[in-house]
Design a protein around this ligand. Structure first.
Ligand code: URA
Length: 432
């Protein structure tokens, strides 16, 4: 077997065997197969696709390319969640404590933010003292004892994805459903949970720009789960505006606290309760989503969900005084209002522009080495469907940077304001 044969087969729209996929992954990770050869194969996959069997074989081979986490010594069903990335997406930090307060075990490895999307790890690190680099033993112990831990991905996990993702990034082969699906699922499967809930976002600011492609990706990932005997479900949700009102690390943690107290924005609260209830059924703690939803709402009301958040942050070394007194978080030195230049109804808030704006204010990173300003970001003062008058506040920027006029103009331009508002029925689907 050699790589030229494999590239030629895929170029000619033929199906790759398990052995050929194994050969490619093994020899690419070891350096035997060169980047230029892997690029050609990636482009052939991008252009000609893969069938379900090839996708699940590729996923399994990538998963097996490095360490895998064994969580079997933690009693109960371990659940995990993954969002394909969005703007203002702080769902894991709200939903995790909600479900852990009802007995679920969330063992989650998470990522950092890059470009316009934020990352759960950065949000956690914006709480002074909070550690995301627990050892495997600490991680497992914490999940066993309190039902929740979120840490950074182990360096030895899925080295095939690390190499392939970096290569895809510079060869125009990111936006391929077989490659995205195998990349996400190989990491999730390597992190050892029994049941996984995926949130596949669509819209501006998301990987998938429309509902049709998002559904295709969701179905592909659920099928990988079926082929590899894992309980995988996928929600398809919109990202036509940022989630909640806050974008930026500190600002988002404050919104997490509000939401766990039952005072959060409607869209964020509903998504967390909805996804949380699906995970509680996957964890076999409740038989129906309705029962699970009621229990989550009850635990928000009686304070148990917030108490679980405090316990979780305390175990990870964070200073929980900030959770009781969120006014202690650093506040940016410049707070800049953005006012509407017309009257009407907000019909769209371009999530990509808001995410990029927050990044440029200091709240995100352009490259992985950039240092984040935890206090920087954007608060939306209006959401889709809200009425606005000319001169009314649309958004507030938080930054320690000067010369932000262009960002202010972009944020204003992200708001589409129309004379009338026709409520769009948002399609939301659960693929299982
Ligand atoms: N997220 C991933 O982890 N991989 C992709 O290919 C795309 C999004």
């Amino acid at each position: 077997m050699d790589i030229l044969e494999i590239i030629g087969k895929k170029r000619d729209k033929k199906v790759l065997t398990r052995d050929e996929i194994h050969y490619f992954i093994k020899n690419y990770v070891s350096g035997e197969i060169k980047d230029y050869q892997a690029s050609a194969l990636l482009m052939a996959i991008y252009l000609n696709g893969m069938n379900n069997q090839e996708i699940s074989d590729l996923t399994d081979e990538m998963k097996n390319s490095g360490d895998t986490l064994d969580l079997s010594d933690i009693p109960g069903i371990k659940v995990d969640k993954h969002s394909t990335g969005g703007v203002g997406d702080k769902v894991s930090l709200v939903l995790g404590p909600m479900i852990a307060s009802l007995g679920a075990k969330l063992a989650k490895m998470s990522g950092r933010g890059l470009g316009h999307t934020g990352g759960t790890l950065d949000k956690l690190e914006s709480i002074p003292g909070c550690r995301i680099n627990l050892t495997e033993e600490e991680f497992k112990h914490q999940v066993r004892e309190i039902g929740i831990s979120i840490i950074g991905q182990n360096e030895e996990l899925d080295p095939a994805d690390k190499k392939l993702y970096a290569l895809r990034d510079v060869t125009g082969t990111v936006a391929s459903i077989p490659l995205i699906a195998s990349s996400i699922m190989s990491k999730k499967l390597a992190s050892g949970s029994d049941a996984i809930l995926l949130d596949v976002k669509y819209g501006s600011g998301a990987f998938m720009k429309n509902l049709k492609d998002a559904k295709k990706l969701a179905v592909t990932m659920v099928n990988i789960g079926k082929a590899l005997n894992k309980d995988v479900k996928a929600e398809v949700t919109d990202m036509d505006q940022p989630l909640g009102m806050a974008v930026g690390n500190n600002l988002e943690v404050k919104e997490v606290i509000e939401t766990l107290h039952g005072r959060g924005p409607k869209d964020l609260t509903e998504l967390c309760i909805d996804s949380g209830s699906i995970m509680l059924v996957q964890a076999k703690i409740f038989y129906s989503k309705e029962e699970a939803k009621k229990a989550i709402i009850e635990n928000v009301k009686n304070g148990k969900a917030f108490e679980k958040f405090v316990e979780f942050i305390k175990w990870q070394g964070g200073d929980v005084e900030y959770l009781y007194h969120p006014e202690r978080f650093d506040v940016a030195s410049r707070i800049i209002p953005v006012y509407s230049n017309k009257a009407g109804y907000v019909s769209r808030i371009d999530a990509l522009t808001i995410g990029e704006g927050s990044m440029r204010l200091g709240g995100g990173r352009e490259t992985l080495d950039d240092v984040i300003d935890m206090s920087a970001g954007i608060i939306l003062n209006k959401k889709i469907g809200d009425k606005v008058e000319k001169g009314e506040l649309l958004a507030t920027l938080y930054t320690n940077k000067e010369n932000t006029e262009e960002i202010e103009r972009n944020v204003l331009g992200a708001f589409k304001i129309n004379k009338n508002f026709k409520k769009k029925v948002l399609e939301k689907e659960l693929i299982e």
